[in-house]
Write a protein that binds this ligand. Sequence first.
Ligand code: ADP
Ligand code: MN
Ligand code: MN
Ligand code: MN
Length: 336
Amino acid sequence: MSYKAEYIWVDGQVPTAKLRSKGKVVPDGEEPPIWGFDGSSTNQAPGENSDCVLKPVFICPDPIRGGNNTLVLCEVLLTDMSPHPTNTRAGCAASAEKYAELDMWFGIEQEYTFFDGLKPLGWPDNGFPAPQGGYYCGVGSDEVFGRPIVEAHLDACLQAGLAIAGINGEVMPGQWEFQIGAIPAPAVADHLWVARWLLYRIGEQFNVSATLDPKPVRGDWNGAGAHTNFSTVQMRGNYDACVAAAEALGTRAELHIANYGDRIEERLTGKHETCSYKEFRYGVSDRGASVRIPWQVARDGKGYVEDRRPNANCDPYTVTRLILDTVCAAATSSMA
Ligand code: ADP
Ligand code: MN
Ligand code: MN
Ligand code: MN
């Protein structure tokens, strides 16, 4: 007998890469092997030299097909087995390795929006729903749109063994969030990419699409982010290390903003629980800051901080690499 392995990878679309997948039948008892694809169809290679390599990096049970079938997240390599230019995982893994001593953990809050054709799920055909205010963590069919899909997605993530931490309805109707972590990089990003794939895949069964668009509706409606919570071993034991991490992020704010997702300036306006992309501020309990120190962390004198800037459409390999580089470089230089 054989089993089905769905190979999943991140493509080369610009400005925002997207997920691709294809299925392979693998003989029972064998690991999913290195495989390949046509890079000229994914913006990863020219037609005359089109072969790209798929190397499995994270394998989990496939909750869609069930049985002993698997999902196989891959990184993309060139045919000489070096990382493809679009492979952001390699740099993330290298930074995590470099700063392994600091044992950084990440918890990423992935916001997203369901669409039914051209409009957010549950929105009227003409005009707008009632203004924001009652929808966040709401209940009832006048406020909540898409819960059966959210529940199916949560079950699927659990069956796949992903480190999913929770779900909630968001401020804009039709918008939702799930959280992955807290676990180290690059695993947190591996799990997040697979959770995104499962969201799209389960959406197929409901005829609903999910989008990571950072500002799906213009005007007085919340955008969608990917708040990235993180801690080092020092931060988990000491409040000054939490403040130092927030300070360190302030020293490289422009670099982070430029790599936190396309169209970030549409979302980080200074309204709708954001700080303007032109500013950098941190504060305790402050949801209008770039970086928030949760109140329990201030009370306990230790814990983690939340980088509120990443867009929903960010690449979590890139976001976690930058946080590792910025925060750990500052932490190790102050130890020296
Ligand atoms: P919010 O109040 O911002 O909506 P959430 O509950 O949605 O917060 O998400 C918080 C995330 O922070 C979770 O994924 C959680 O696992 C993560 N987290 C908790 N403690 C830590 C820690 N010490 N280091 C990193 N992440 C953490
Ligand atoms: Mn949240
Ligand atoms: Mn949220
Ligand atoms: Mn948050």
